[in-house]
Write a protein that binds this ligand. Structure first.
Ligand SMILES: Nc1ncnc2c1ncn2[C@@H]1O[C@H](COP(=O)(O)OP(=O)(O)OP(=O)(O)O)[C@@H](O)[C@H]1O
Ligand SMILES: [Mg+2]
Length: 119
């Protein structure tokens, strides 16, 4: 549950995934939405968090974007806490490529190759 000054939008394409990918993706999305709620909108600043899961050919992209204050530091050095380190580790676990954008807010996008579960 987010405070009322933060709007949450989810744009999610239904995807069939193995549990080995679905569980890390859920943990990543949860950590990033929690971070946006904790840091992006201080002092009741209004804003929006958008969670997207989109298929792109043989790949898929999970992204969490906010229009808040942005990460401090550069995109490479920002976010060296436990949560973002866990996100980096989980991204590696599903062999995904993580991109951090810090421009008018914060956006983390994870591109990965979905593993289809056996029928
Ligand atoms: N969406 C965001 N907007 C602004 N700053 C952010 C955002 N996400 C992370 N940060 C900054 O990056 C830092 C590191 O984030 P990280 O998730 O690694 O650690 P944490 O949230 O402080 O602690 P933990 O995740 O272990 O509870 C945060 O303390 C905050 O300063
Ligand atoms: Mg965190």
């Amino acid at each position: 549950m987010l405070p009322s000054h933060i709007a949450l939008q989810c744009v999610v394409t239904p995807l069939k995934l193995t549990l080995d990918q679905a569980v890390p993706l859920g943990l990543i999305a949860s950590e990033l939405v929690t971070n946006a709620a904790k840091y992006a909108f201080p002092g009741g600043r209004p804003g929006e968090v958008i969670v997207r899961l989109q298929a792109e050919g043989d790949e898929a992209v999970l992204s969490v974007a906010d229009d808040g204050v942005g990460l401090t530091g550069t995109a490479e050095t920002a976010g060296t806490g436990l949560g973002l380190n866990m996100v980096r580790g989980l991204a590696q676990q599903i062999r995904g490529a993580l991109v951090v954008q810090n421009d008018g807010g914060t956006r983390l996008a994870l591109r990965f190759r979905p593993e289809r579960p056996p029928l």
